[in-house]
Design a protein around this ligand. Structure first.
Ligand SMILES: *Cc1c(COP(=O)(O)O)cnc(C)c1O
Length: 428
């Protein structure tokens, strides 16, 4: 499959050739833990990474590999791996780069779970995060120190209707000799291709739009293959003999595939955050219609956001697709096909009215998820962002009277009618 083919072709065909054993047209679910070696030499070559093949499904599996290849093609990278969840992908992306004492400079505008993962949980590994406003490039630059090993942000940030200026951050990362990791979950590669804006690694929660129907959790990392891991001594796991893999120098031996192979041979081998073949199958099915769904998600979100903005029960709508958004001018550059389908709005009546609203919707589902074909609603302050302080919630765009919507692909009129009746009950 040529990577030059169009997005709509790649989302169906990349990573999938007819099964050599049976001719099966769809990607078979290789529901097996282990793979039989041809002979002892074959086994040795596989373990030495001299030959690419299948050993054990914690490392690689043909169904999961087909999905990794497809997401890699859609993002325009050179290699990729799949993980058990989006959060697993984030840890796996940082793992080859970080050591105890190292830090990652991250945007304040993050998915609530990522906020907690980066500010709290990674401390257990001796890693830390410095959170900065990514619209303040001087502040981002000032927060980078000799122990910084990565810069992390989201393309369309969850949940505040914020679009990161990836070109500016990518340029800064380049100047500072650091890899830029972009969480592209809420945009999907159809709306945004972070590698074209300077990202080194792209991470995904495939749980969301890539699967698209709320069935399985999963994650992915795509490597651009563009970062020179040997340009400094900051990334010894990749540029020096790796003690965890019999002294192999991954960058020297594997060039642009160094990160991908390290992630399999050391990361998945020892951390085990592996995607299972059944999960990969569901995501492969979902991805086939990604472009069709995203077009519809965007069209619906645009109409719903516009309607909300004109309603006097609403204070403010944060959708970047509205001309009133301070990020409106970034869309054509960063997300040329639209601003996604995830946004927040604040309502008159505060916290209590928000609780009433989520209890009054009928078509919308009140769930902690996004990127489903169904329209979803949540009140971040009482759920996903509950564990943050008021100040942190404000910075993340999750004020007490703020509601987050993930607009589905249903009939637009039905989505609007449901919000209308629920707002009547909540605000009057
Ligand atoms: C959901 C989500 C994650 C975490 O993914 P899981 O699959 O739930 O682990 C990370 N980033 C963003 C932007 C998300 O929406």
């Amino acid at each position: 499959m040529s990577d030059k083919m169009g997005f709509e072709t790649l989302q169906i065909h990349a990573g999938n050739n007819p099964d050599p054993a049976t001719g099966a047209r769809q990607v078979p679910i290789y529901q097996t833990t282990a793979f039989v070696f041809r002979d002892a030499d074959h086994a040795a070559a596989l373990f030495n990474l001299q030959e690419v093949g299948w050993i054990y499904s914690r490392l690689t599996n043909p169904t999961v590999a087909a999905l990794a290849e497809r997401i890699t093609a859609l993002e325009g990278g050179v290699g990729g791996i799949c993980c058990s969840s989006g959060h697993a992908a984030q840890i796996m992306a940082l793992f080859p780069l970080m050591m105890p004492g190292c830090n990652v400079v991250a945007s304040t505008r993050l998915y609530g779970g990522t906020y907690t993962q980066l500010t709290q949980t990674i401390k257990r590994f001796g890693w830390s995060a410095k959170l900065v406003d990514f619209d303040d490039l001087d502040a981002v630059k000032a927060s980078i120190d000799e122990n910084t090993r990565a810069i992390f942000c989201e393309s369309i940030a969850n949940p505040g209707g914020y679009i990161t200026d990836l070109d500016a951050i990518g340029k800064l990362a380049d100047e500072m000799g650091l890899p830029l990791i972009v969480d592209n979950t809420t945009a999907s590669p159809y709306l945004c291709r972070p590698i074209e804006h300077g990202a080194t690694l792209v991470v995904h929660s495939t749980t969301k739009y890539l699967t698209g129907n709320g069935t399985v959790t999963g994650g992915a990392i795509v490597d651009s293959g563009k970062f020179d891991w040997s340009a400094s001594d900051k990334f010894p796991s990749l540029s020096q003999p790796e003690a965890a893999y019999h002294g192999l120098n991954f960058h020297e031996a594997l060039g642009p595939m160094a990160f991908t192979f390290h992630s399999i041979a050391v990361g998945l081998r020892d951390l085990g955050m592996t995607m299972n073949p059944q999960g990969a199958h569901y995501t492969l099915m979902g991805i086939e219609t990604l472009s069709l769904r995203m077009d519809r998600h965007v069209a619906n979100a645009q109409k719903v956001a516009k309607w909300l903005e004109g309603d006097d029960r609403i204070e403010k709508v944060t959708y970047a697709g509205l001309e009133s958004s301070p990020y409106y001018d970034r869309i054509s550059r960063i997300c040329p096909k639209g601003a996604g389908a995830l946004f927040t709005f604040t309502i008159k009546g505060g916290y209590e009215a928000c609780v009433k609203l989520v209890d009054s919707v009928e078509l919308f589902s009140h769930v902690a998820n996004l990127g489903d074909a169904r329209s979803l609603i949540i009140h971040p302050a009482s759920t996903t962002h509950r564990q943050l302080s008021d100040e942190q919630r404000e910075a993340a765009g999750a004020a007490p009277n703020s509601i987050r919507l993930s607009i589905g692909i249903e009939s637009t009129d039905d989505i609007i009618a449901d919000l209308d009746q629920a707002l009547s009950k909540a605000v009057g």
